[in-house]
Design a protein around this ligand. Structure first.
Ligand SMILES: Nc1ncnc2c1ncn2[C@@H]1O[C@H](COP(=O)(O)OP(=O)(O)O)[C@@H](O)[C@H]1O
Ligand SMILES: O=P(O)(O)OC[C@H]1O[C@](O)(COP(=O)(O)O)[C@@H](O)[C@@H]1O
Length: 313
């Protein structure tokens, strides 16, 4: 298994509420509610630990509600190297309409932190740098950190000889592209925002992904919800289509895909097999609330139902 470190600078308590027939401008009654330690980096770490990786997680946690995270890390076997900062980690609201299955996300900006917080995370990274193989940088940036944060951490990871996987959006992603991350995973909306153009077809997504590869990104994975994903890497451009499945929650499907690619990398899998397995991870996450996956055998069975086709661009 690879030596891997996941960086989570803007964790979140994911509060998932189930509501029957959720409506705007109406009184909605909550049927059930649960809190999970979440946020993109935390989810990726949780999924990787679930399939047997030794995961070190660093980043930032607010000291006021860090106990929920600490309990989760201990139970999941994740090594907690997160820096505690004053305040509370954000709580993001996930509203699941149990009738339609639709999910509405309300994501907060997160803590405000100073440059000392990032310096402390960098110090934690230095402590873990020896033998580092994969560095995962995942999620939005909290207020106060520069847009160049991921560009800098990508360069640091490469300097240390690691592969760098980046799942970010907006200015933080834009600023990191020229540092040449080895894998990025925007969803279609995030790619449209990045490029400032609509991408209505898989061909348009693939052409955009190829442009990003030409700028030095190793593998570009663009997830497109139920339509699957476009994967653009040195082996070609693929459309990866999932089977139709029952969905409990779409929250974390993208993070599971990132974890799946990292897991596949650790197994030395090539592009097409990796894309299939990563989609199996996403399909597994769709059946669960919070950062949970079914057993690896079930993930592999789901992956076997994924179809991969070559896209002509
Ligand atoms: N409704 C769905 N049915 C089948 N597969 C889905 C569905 N939603 C997501 N997926 C799978 O999960 C992957 C990631 O989901 P997506 O919603 O695109 O990511 P993100 O959560 O980052 O926006 C997709 O590429 C697809 O394989
Ligand atoms: O850091 P961001 O972009 O605000 O996203 C945070 C949210 O993303 C999630 O990690 C889910 O992400 P995905 O659905 O893209 O996998 C939630 O757990 C969290 O609330």
């Amino acid at each position: 298994m690879s030596r891997l470190v996941v960086v989570s600078l803007n964790a979140a308590v994911d509060q998932t509420v189930q509501v029957a027939d959720f409506r705007l401008e109406a009184v909605n009654r909550v049927v059930s509610s649960r809190d999970d330690a979440g946020g993109k980096g935390v989810n990726v770490a949780s999924f990787l630990a679930h399939v047997g990786h030794e995961v070190v997680l660093t980043g930032l946690l607010g000291d006021a509600n860090a106990a929920l995270f600490a309990r989760h890390f201990a139970a999941a076997g994740i090594t907690d190297a997160c820096v505690r900062v004053p305040g509370a980690t954000r709580t993001n609201l996930k509203i699941i309409d149990t009738l339609s299955g639709a999910v509405t996300d309300l994501n907060y900006p997160g803590l405000s932190v100073g440059p000392d917080a990032l310096d402390a995370v960098k110090a934690r990274l230095e402590e873990r740098a020896s033998g580092l193989e994969i560095l995962v940088l995942s999620g939005s940036l909290p207020r106060g950190l520069p847009e160049t944060t991921y560009a800098e951490l990508t360069a640091w990871g490469h300097h240390r000889g690691a592969l760098v996987v980046l799942d970010a959006s907006g200015a933080a992603l834009a600023a990191a592209l020229d540092a040449g991350p080895d894998l990025i995973k925007p969803n279609r909306a995030e790619l449209e925002e990045l490029l400032g153009v609509p991408l209505p077809t898989a061909q348009a997504v693939a052409a955009a992904a190829q442009r990003l590869r030409a700028r030095g990104v190793g593998r570009v994975v663009v997830s497109m919800g139920a339509e699957g994903a476009v994967v653009c890497d040195p082996e070609g451009v693929f459309l990866v289509e999932p089977p139709s499945v029952a969905v409990v929650s779409t929250v974390g499907a993208g993070d599971a895909m990132v974890a799946g690619f990292v897991h596949a990398q650790g197994l030395g899998m090539g592009g097409e097999a990796a894309a299939r397995l990563a989609t199996g991870f996403s399909l597994g996450a769709l059946g669960e609330i919070g950062p949970r996956l079914p057993a690896l055998a079930r993930i592999e069975a789901l992956a076997a139902q994924v179809s991969v086709g070559v896209l002509a661009v």
